[in-house]
Design a protein around this ligand. Structure first.
Ligand code: ZN
Length: 522
């Protein structure tokens, strides 16, 4: 038998939670008479990527199974441990399809590591130009995120990525992880698309991709250094002279209009160079009048960059407009919040409350695909020298679900201390707060106002409050400014036209409760 199969159901051991297939179902799929052994895809070295000759592939109904003859073993425990680690990585990084199943199977007297994954629409097979560019952009962003946030390198090749059309999301289909990639290597992988896609020869196409990459990577690559490395990779990659002008157009697309890379933009901002004043804001939740009021005040306060802590959308009546506003800000870093994730994927759990659910469905239909993609490309954490920013709670490995509040703040402060962070900016609760730990077990809550950061011996958890749906009984929009010169953070509140948002909620048919709570600040 080319593809190994279990003799009985008990020979299958699923790793972790049984989602979505039971071992009975796995057994049935593996023994399905219609299942196809994909021998022809193995051992062929071609441009389309290849599988080693030891790889075993099986397609059964809409599932794709994979194993490797060299990985079969007598040592069940070691294999189990190894796959559990992989499963943990999968959970933490989200690079593989959420239904991907790891299991161990006994066949031919040995234990085999196996994976099963829903069949995906491969990125390599996409021909529509817009969809192709989006896919490539997502692939590049994905690779950077994975290297930066999780310290894993992935193989940047369209053969290794597949779309789940229903979820509108792309996943890594390769099993292999590598050491983290440098930005230069990412640049090389990007420019390598040119000779591999000679059917797309128009320069405009590559210019368009450059521009799109710039927009998407704006929130990921913040330093001039990073951008230089990306462009170095693109410029120095060996290509025949046939591609010289295409490559130039591609680079131009990446640079044009960028505040660091475009000389004409740089000249304009040159006189403003000094230590940064960063606007820290969170939980806009589709409230455009509140967002505008905050941005206006922030400009008045001379901020020069922005860190957004997540939940741009959900609840409020202006999801698309808010995304457009925030994306257009210069020097912005954005986190992905739980609502952003839920709305962008359209994957709305029954467990979440009625208001969140109804508004999530409503918002999902009102955001462009491009903006959904952007929401999903935002990272789950931002790391600085001795600080970190997350949407939910630093202690939560998933970063976006758990709350920092009365019951959890001490544990979260201890977590920060153990991980050598002196500051964590967070959102999600919609209540401005400063929690502090002095030494490693004295806790207090400080009055809002101004606070000095990075003081000897103190660890801080700071929430700037919510822009678009404050819940501390003060309806004014809340945010903070971090002055990096003084290392001081100041809280701010601004009034905005609450009635305007309430009226828009009313007009949109969203639940009326969403309007009332804005007026109450609750
Ligand atoms: Zn929120």
């Amino acid at each position: 038998m080319w593809f190994p199969r279990p003799e009985k159901i008990e020979d299958i051991h699923i790793i972790g939670k049984v989602v979505p297939l039971t071992r009975e179902e796995l057994f049935a799929l593996l023994h399905d008479t219609q299942a196809r052994e994909l021998k022809e895809k193995v051992g062929v070295v071609s441009r389309g990527g290849s599988a080693k000759s030891t790889t075993r592939l099986l397609e059964s109904q809409d599932w794709f199974f994979k194993s490797d003859t060299t990985h079969q073993t007598d040592d069940f425990d070691a294999l189990h441990k190894q796959l559990e680690t992989t499963k943990q990585i999968a959970k933490r990084t989200g690079i593989w399809h959420p239904h991907k199943t790891w299991f161990i199977m006994k066949a031919q007297g040995k234990w085999w590591p196996m994976t099963g994954c829903p069949t995906l629409h491969m990125l390599r097979q996409i021909t529509d130009e817009d969809a192709l560019l989006q896919g490539w952009t997502q692939m590049i962003n994905f690779a950077i995120q994975c290297s930066r946030t999780h310290q894993y390198g992935i193989d940047i090749n369209p053969s290794n990525f597949g779309y789940d059309v229903a979820r509108e999301e792309m996943y890594y289909v390769d099993e292999e992880l590598y050491p983290p990639l440098t930005i230069t290597e990412v640049g090389e992988a990007a420019v390598a698309r040119i000779p591999e896609n000679h059917q797309h020869v128009s320069e405009a196409f590559w210019g368009r991709w450059g521009k799109q990459l710039q927009l998407h990577l704006r929130t990921t690559l913040m330093d001039l250094e990073d951008w230089r490395h990306l462009i170095d990779g693109i410029r120095d990659y060996p290509l025949t002279s046939r591609w010289t002008s295409v490559r130039k157009t591609f680079i131009k697309g990446i640079q044009e209009g960028h505040w660091l890379l475009d000389p004409s933009v740089r000249r304009k901002t040159a006189q403003k160079q000094r230590a940064e004043r960063i606007c820290i804001f969170s939980d806009i939740h589709g409230n455009l009048p509140a967002l505008k009021a905050v941005l206006k005040e922030a400009t008045k306060q001379n901020v020069d960059s922005y860190i957004f802590l997540g939940d741009l959308v959900g609840y409020g009546p202006y999801p698309q407009e808010c995304i457009d506003q925030v994306r257009a800000l210069p020097k912005i870093k954005c986190l992905r919040g739980n609502h952003d994730q839920m709305i962008a994927t359209g994957d709305i759990p029954d467990g979440c409350n009625r208001l969140a659910r109804e508004s999530a469905r409503w918002s999902h239909q009102r955001i462009s695909d491009e903006n959904k993609l952007w929401l999903l490309s935002n990272p789950l954490e931002i790391q600085g020298d001795s600080w970190i920013a997350v949407h939910g709670a630093p202690q939560d490995p998933e970063r976006i679900y758990a709350y920092v509040y009365e019951m959890t703040y001490k544990d979260n402060l201890k977590y920060l201390y153990q991980n050598k962070y002196k500051l964590c900016l967070y959102g999600h609760t919609h209540v401005p707060f400063i929690y502090r730990m002095l030494g490693h077990n004295t806790f207090d809550k400080l009055p809002l106002g101004s606070i000095h950061l990075f003081e000897e011996d103190s660890t801080l958890l700071i929430n700037p409050g919510s822009v678009g749906q404050p819940r501390d009984r003060d309806p004014r929009a809340s945010f903070a400014i971090w002055d990096q010169n003084q290392q001081e953070l100041t809280f701010h509140r601004v009034e905005y036209e609450v009635e305007e948002t309430m009226e828009a909620i009313h007009q949109s048919g969203l639940p009326e409760d969403l309007a009332i709570r804005l007026e109450m600040g609750w």
